[in-house]
Design a binder for this molecule. Structure first.
Ligand code: ADP
Length: 302
């Protein structure tokens, strides 16, 4: 397998409030978070790349600089003349966070609009990682090109991992979200949902039910996360549960699932051992939730 981890999706500008009443600017996004942690969890013999779309303006250049300075390869990123990157703002009211988004015309929405570009990017990848958010922001035509490219990449030996990360507000309707996510799961070696989302939007009674549903859709392995509760790993005819170490003081659960996925996959790609991969995933997620923010500098990048 080629030692190349390719994450695909949308990285956004993040405006986060400071104690002084101003905002500090950063960059974040679910698949970007996973790429960032995968870079830290994988040995330096691996390349970690990000595929998205950006514009040709100053803020897009800053995003590319941020990725490069995180040792994430940007060669596959599409640059569009007439678009720029998406943005979100975090607002605090009585200690509760809420989010406002400006992303409906973001350049990332065009990440899959050139099938030849997609085939080239996927062709070099040992592992392709994407999420339900990646699919949600694409047009119906581009979703279908994306799935075709996944199929071809798998035939050439790439592995595929997917976190459904169900966000109904990003989709045209719930029915489309459910059917596209189910179809995508059928092209995957690893489907890595969070049970809370699956319970809410697919009505699964237990994590094992979520696992069975994605196996029936055609996934090879399903890893269901469930906050502090057991992680359920399933392959056809086989289920195992692993209890994460309890975490005493939780500061901020942002990126718990994204970091879990990165450390799980980084371990599994090398060890092919489910138990040690779950342990690695839970250990990294436990550290991440004991710090503020999505990107916690606990491990140095390789
Ligand atoms: P998401 O961020 O997608 O909602 P989860 O909440 O399911 O993800 O958490 C992902 C992983 O993070 C869990 O499988 C677990 O390993 C770890 N984790 C999350 N919350 C806790 C917690 N309260 N105590 C211990 N581990 C946790």
């Amino acid at each position: 397998m080629s030692k190349s981890f390719l994450a695909v999706g949308e990285c956004m500008v993040e405006m986060a409030p400071t104690a002084e009443g101003t905002y500090s600017m950063g960059f974040a996004g679910d698949t970007l978070n996973t790429a960032w942690y995968a870079r830290r969890a994988l040995p330096d013999s691996w390349t970690v790349s990000y595929l998205t779309g950006v514009g040709r303006d100053q803020i897009s250049d800053q995003m590319l600089e941020f990725l490069k300075s995180s040792n994430i390869n940007t060669d596959q990123i599409r640059k569009l003349d007439d678009r720029t990157v998406g943005l979100y703002m975090i607002q605090l009211k009585d200690g509760e966070r809420s989010f406002a988004y400006w992303r409906s015309q973001s350049a990332a929405r065009c990440l899959a609009s050139d099938p030849e570009h997609l085939a080239r990017a996927f062709g070099n990848a040992g592992l392709i990682y994407f999420s339900g958010i990646t699919l949600a922001i694409l047009s119906a035509k581009d979703r279908s090109a994306f799935m075709d490219a996944l199929k071809s990449a798998r035939v050439s030996g790439s592995k595929v991992a997917f976190d459904p990360n169900l966000r109904p507000r990003l989709w045209e309707n719930l029915e489309t979200m459910r059917s596209v996510v189910t179809e995508a799961a059928g092209h995957c070696d690893f489907v890595m949902p969070s049970f809370e989302d699956e319970l809410e939007h697919f009505g699964d009674a237990t994590p094992k039910d979520s696992a069975e549903r994605y196996l029936a859709a055609g996934a090879d392995m399903v890893v269901v996360k469930n906050g502090p509760e057991d992680v359920v790993c399933a392959r056809r005819g086989e289920h195992q549960s692993y209890t994460p170490q309890p975490v005493g003081s939780i500061v901020d659960t942002t990126a718990a699932g994204d970091s879990f996925n990165a450390a799980f996959l980084a371990d599994y790609l090398i060890s092919q051992d489910v138990a040690s991969s779950v342990e690695a995933g839970a250990k990294l997620a436990a550290t991440v939730i004991q710090h503020r923010g999505a990107l916690v500098k606990i491990l140095e990048p390789a």
